[in-house]
Design a protein around this ligand. Structure first.
Ligand code: HEM
Ligand code: HEM
Length: 485
């Protein structure tokens, strides 16, 4: 390690402002891109919500028909907002925990470029009606390729960083972060049927099995480990306490991959897939509560007696709340995997409510907490505004809680009606008030995205005397100040 590196005098660390941002630190660039996609993705959510509230509103403008804006929304919030932000956090904390630099910043920018090209292809091509037409695997084949190359470059960068590390211990956050790319790389290739570029699909029911194998790996083996890795990084740091149990975190890691990798069949309980596949999916969906509860217990025990530190920290409260959503999501997920329960909850807004508290409430909250945790470390200054960070928390929290309640009630109305043989057209008018409320609560979430982006940009637009520093450099400075950390 050179002296320049230690003292921050390397030209790499010298520039502040937006120019400084663009000249280095691909981790930070991932985070900024994630926050921008948060705005774009939720705007598409608004368009979708308007359709379901007032179907004639857009008067059949081709680019804005429901079938085009819905996938633009879902893919952009999932891959664009949540995953992009969580990748940025991991690209920050992995070298930081390993007390070294990211192996290759240029390769980090290549990953960033390919990843964002893939995300951008969604709204661009879906709005022209060009998509592979399978939920969560809509990207066109060339962008499946950019997706896969982005994943491979990230894996190479991480593995090389690990090889060159200066810290022997591989903390559990690193396990989760690296594993998520290995898992998703394999399942994306299979679930997207990439060996058949013309359709990206298989004939018949087999296609649904492949699709849902992937579509549940996406939340389970990408969003979940990315979010858990970030939470395991943030909570011990904010509470200034070692993790409650290393053993629990390892057991949680292996039970997650054991139970989560093959339960996509719980999306197909009403479809003619083999009975053994349904049984296995249901049983292991129930077992999924084990890794969920392990993470919750481990992190809550780490936080025990330190609630004041959590509540005072603009980042940690997001993570703590994300864990509460995770508990609800996990409990709900296991219950709604039971075939008898699904007779009421499947094919309606109940699942949409689950999806929002899962993707935004659990992984999105932890991603946002992570942003506010690492930005001061990278910029070496306080956030531009803690108040705005808290305002964002309030807005998103109100929006999501309202969203969840409204959609759950709407789902139960639909489920009960259809269970009793009621026709669809008689149920739709009853749903209208809930669709209006969903749009209103959605506006809270969008406002939160805008406030957050403003706060982020103001926080990184620093005068030159506050240089950006790399992840490893931030940790070195901190370790010098406090050898305990
Ligand atoms: C970052 C925040 C958000 C995330 C992560 C998110 C995620 C999702 C996901 C995963 C789905 C697919 C659900 C399913 O098929 O079961 C979905 C659908 C949807 N979302 Fe969002 N969403 C977010 C914000 C919003 C906002 C702000 C609105 C409204 C203003 C919205 C409105 C919708 C609508 C209308 C659908 C389609 C539901 C349907 O087909 O019945 N979302 N969203
Ligand atoms: C931890 C245990 C979990 C279990 C057992 C579980 C179970 C389920 C089940 C059974 C469904 C299908 C419901 C139906 O179609 O009737 C579902 C849907 C969904 N879940 Fe989960 N879930 C869990 C956690 C999560 C997490 C952590 C996420 C995201 C971070 C997530 C995201 C989703 C999404 C997006 C859908 C909607 C899929 C669609 O478009 O239909 N789930 N979940």
């Amino acid at each position: 390690m050179t002296d320049n590196f230690r003292t921050g005098n390397s030209p790499n660390f010298q520039e502040g402002g937006l120019r400084g941002f663009f000249s280095k630190n691909s981790a930070l660039a991932f985070i900024v891109a994630g926050s921008a996609w948060f705005i774009v993705g939720t705007l598409y959510g608004l368009f979708s919500a308007i359709h379901l509230m007032a179907p004639e509103f857009f008067n059949n403008i081709p680019a804005l028909v429901f079938g085009r804006v819905r996938p633009s929304h879902v893919n952009t919030v999932l891959y664009g907002f949540v995953v992009t932000t969580l990748i940025g956090l991991g690209m920050y904390y992995t070298p930081a925990l390993l007390k070294t630099k990211l192996w290759s910043e240029p390769l980090g920018w290549v990953s960033l470029f390919l990843w964002n090209i893939t995300v951008l292809s969604g709204p661009v091509f879906f709005s022209m009606g060009m998509s592979q037409g399978r939920e969560y695997t809509e990207y066109l084949w060339p962008f499946d390729v950019t997706f896969m190359i982005a994943i491979v470059t990230i894996i190479i960068n991480l593995v090389m960083t690990i090889i060159h590390r200066k810290e022997y211990v591989l903390y559990v956050s690193i396990w989760y972060f690296v594993a998520s790319f290995i898992w998703i790389g394999g399942s994306y290739f299979i679930g997207n049927v990439m060996w058949r570029p013309s359709t990206g699909a298989l004939p018949g029911i087999l296609d649904s099995i492949f699709l849902w194998f992937y579509a549940h790996a996406l939340p389970g083996l990408l969003l979940t480990p990315l979010a858990i890795g970030a939470a395991y990084f943030i909570i011990p740091r904010v509470t200034k306490t070692p993790l409650f149990s290393h053993t629990l975190s390892i057991v949680g890691f292996w039970t997650l991959v054991t139970f989560y990798s093959h339960i996509g069949g719980h999306h197909l309980l009403q479809a003619p897939i083999p009975h053994w596949l349904k049984t296995m999916s249901v049983v292991d969906s129930m077992m999924m509560f084990i890794p969920v509860i392990i993470v919750i217990v481990n992190l809550w025990m780490t936080m025990r007696g330190r609630g004041n530190l959590i509540m005072a920290d603009p980042a940690a409260k997001w993570v703590a709340m994300g864990l509460i959503w995770y508990l609800i999501v996990g409990a709900q997920g296991s219950i709604q995997s039971i075939p008898q329960i699904q007779k009421v909850t499947h094919f309606n807004n109940w699942t949409v409510a689950h999806a929002h508290i899962a993707v935004l409430g659990f992984s999105g909250f932890i991603a946002l907490g992570g942003v506010w945790h690492v930005i001061p470390l990278i910029t070496r200054r306080k956030l531009y505004s803690q108040r705005l960070a808290n305002l964002q928390f309030g807005l998103v929290m109100i929006g999501l809680t309202g969203f969840f309640l409204v959609l759950t009630i709407a789902g139960l109305i639909q489920g009960e009606a259809w269970y009793n043989g009621e026709t669809v057209y008689r149920v739709l008018p009853q749903l209208q008030p809930y669709m209006i409320l969903r749009t209103i609560f959605g506006l809270f979430i969008i406002s939160g995205a805008l406030v957050g982006f403003y706060n982020l940009i103001r926080s990184i637009r620093k005068p030159k005397e506050y240089p950006y520093i790399s992840a490893s450099h931030a940790v070195i400075i901190e370790t010098q100040k406090n050898p305990e950390i």
